[in-house]
Design a protein around this ligand. Structure first.
Ligand SMILES: [Zn+2]
Length: 83
């Protein structure tokens, strides 16, 4: 529970209040919650892109590099392979 100034009259109202008890404005803490929502969206997008980058890096490390190593190492293993 925290108090924020009403966007209409500046009266201190609770963030969860549906209407300002002084002037009756609806969602007196809406401006704050919208900012919080924007910040949350920004964090979610950042995490999404970071995880995408992380997955891409993980995919390259676990799939592409072993394939490349296999391709490079294969000719060296050929002489050692005896029937
Ligand atoms: Zn108010």
């Amino acid at each position: 529970m925290s108090l924020v100034p009403c966007r209409a009259c500046g009266h201190q109202v609770d963030t969860s209040a549906l209407a300002c008890p002084r002037c009756g404005a609806t969602d007196p803490g809406k401006k704050i919650s919208r900012q919080q929502r924007n910040a949350r969206n920004f964090v979610i997008q950042t995490i999404f892109w970071l995880s995408l980058l992380g997955f891409g890096g993980w995919y390259i490390t676990t799939t592409v590099i072993p394939l490349v190593k296999q391709y490079i190492v294969k000719p060296e293993q050929a002489p050692g392979a005896r029937p």
